[in-house]
Design a protein around this ligand. Structure first.
Ligand SMILES: Cc1cc2nc3c(=O)[nH]c(=O)nc-3n(C[C@H](O)[C@H](O)[C@H](O)COP(=O)(O)OP(=O)(O)OC[C@H]3O[C@@H](n4cnc5c(N)ncnc54)[C@H](O)[C@@H]3O)c2cc1C
Length: 447
């Protein structure tokens, strides 16, 4: 095994992960300092905007054209050393080293020493018990490579299959609904088209993000666009069976989805399945190094941040983990008790952390969060959601609804102070125009 050879004064900042969090931090840090930066990632290291993946069809984008730059270009532009296709297998916080190896050669280990380490390891899609995401017939998309495979499979099915290609999406959350809408736009342009069905155990789409009335409007809009919903549906099992080959059409498997609605068992046949049941933060490296994670911590949620899932690597307001010189940002991080796997939080985290890392002798910079709305990319019914701060349990919130030409503005207020704005749901294009003005009225989440 190769040992680290740099003198301690030359030791780099090492960033693990080349997603939006890793690259935003590298860009911000490079603006402030010429210090050595090393990036290690187990993927190709291509830089791309992940949100594009769920509206690429509507924008007529081929998956291969989504990346802005490959790892070589990024290394040149930002003056980084990039170990792409390298897996980080171990973190030693005592010796301040990580152990890495090429993804396809676990025996070729190398040890790299860091001055500061940033975990930007993202999250992985969750699945259902006993369901294997093989990225051949059953897909989950949380990376450009996943999407390239998914788009190719859809196109291949459209080319091969007579009649509609049946896509089943498991999960009617943000990703499931965005993909459903996007695939329908593909359906309108393709010769044969797609039949898209969305399954969820909840009674309305986006049940965790939207009040029921807004969820129902989204369901109607997507249904009108051609999406079939199977709600209150409990998935019992999903299995693949080979279909008969005919002289003209090559065989492709049929996926049988066994589900129950109101205890009534049923079966849906699909050609391809997209699993969109949520994310699990990648915390393995941190946990193995005894760094605190939210799943194993009883730390309370800071009251004015939105209530979120209890997961991720715990960091303080300086993005520092429980280990010295180790930080975490992006979809793997739980900042002050709040897990927010979206672009705006990671941008704010990267900017603050870059300032801290640029001058280790200066006091660290705290991350600031304005109230950050999330736009949901469902063109059939555009939505913007600003979640309510965790300070207010549901029972203390009152909602006001104002209809607009094509939807409504829903605003959340404390029962005892209806003039204060806590959060909102903007339904439709007209309401969406109020996004900035309303967000400015909500108190910063963290400053
Ligand atoms: C389809 C889709 C649409 C979205 N749309 C929106 C949107 O409209 N608005 C919004 O705000 N957010 C959206 N999001 C969320 C947003 O894209 C993410 O919050 C963001 O991209 C996360 O970036 P990240 O760098 O933290 O993680 P990732 O992109 O997951 O990057 C993680 C990196 O870590 C590397 N890695 C992990 N473990 C190791 C290891 N052991 N060794 C080496 N490398 C490792 C991986 O290879 C990868 O490079 C969307 C997400 C998806 C999937």
């Amino acid at each position: 095994m190769q040992q680290p050879s740099l003198a301690s004064s030359d030791l780099p900042v090492i960033i693990i992960g080349s997603g939006m969090a890793g690259y935003t931090l590298a860009r911000e840090l490079r603006k402030l300092s010429q210090q050595p930066i090393v990036m290690v990632c187990q993927d190709s290291g291509a830089s791309y905007a992940k949100p594009t993946l769920s509206n690429a069809f509507a924008q007529g984008k081929m998956a291969e054209a989504i990346a802005n730059a490959d790892a070589t270009k990024m290394a040149e532009t930002l003056g980084l050393t990039i170990y792409n296709f390298y897996h980080v297998s171990h973190l030693d916080v005592e010796t301040q080293t990580i152990t890495i190896h090429p993804v396809l050669a676990a025996d070729k280990q190398q040890v790299l020493a860091y001055r500061d380490l940033v975990l930007a390891t993202g999250a992985s899609p969750s699945s259902l018990p006993n369901l294997i995401i093989d990225q051949k017939t059953v897909f989950a998309v949380n990376h450009l490579d996943d999407y390239i495979a998914f788009q190719q499979a859809i196109k291949q099915l459209i080319a091969q299959k007579a009649g509609l290609v049946r896509v089943a999406i498991i999960g009617a959350g943000l990703i499931g609904c965005e993909f459903a809408n996007d695939l329908m736009s593909q359906s309108q342009t393709a010769a044969h088209g797609l039949k898209v069905a969305v399954f969820d155990k909840a009674a309305v789409p986006l049940a965790l993000q939207l009040p029921t009335s807004a969820g129902k409007m989204l369901q109607s809009a997507l249904s009108e666009a051609g999406v079939d919903f199977y709600l209150n549906a409990v998935i019992e099992q999903i299995h693949t069976r080979a279909s008969a080959q005919t002289a003209s059409i090559s065989a492709h498997p049929v996926i049988e989805i066994g589900y129950c609605i109101d205890d009534q068992p049923n079966c849906y046949e699909a050609d391809i399945v997209l699993v969109a049941t949520g994310l699990v933060a990648n915390t393995r490296l941190a946990e193995a190094a005894n760094i605190t994670t939210a799943n194993h911590s009883s730390a309370t949620v800071l009251s004015h941040l939105p209530r979120t899932a209890q997961q991720g690597i715990c960091v303080d307001n300086h993005l520092q983990t429980s280990a010295p010189h180790v930080y975490a940002i992006g979809d793997c991080a739980n900042v002050m008790g709040s897990y927010m796997p979206y672009v705006m939080p990671l941008m704010n985290q990267a900017k603050a952390l870059a300032k801290t890392l640029a001058d280790p002798t200066a006091p660290p910079t705290s991350v600031g969060y304005p109230a950050m709305p999330v736009a949901i990319k469902t063109p059939s019914l555009p939505l913007v959601v600003l979640p309510v701060s965790g300070q207010y349990p549901d029972a203390q919130i009152t909602w006001q609804t104002h209809p607009t030409a094509d939807g409504m503005v829903m605003t959340a207020h404390p029962i005892h102070d209806p003039a204060s704005l806590l959060g909102f749901v903007l339904v439709g294009k007209e309401a969406g125009k109020q996004r900035l003005s309303l967000a400015k009225q909500v108190a910063d989440w963290l400053n």
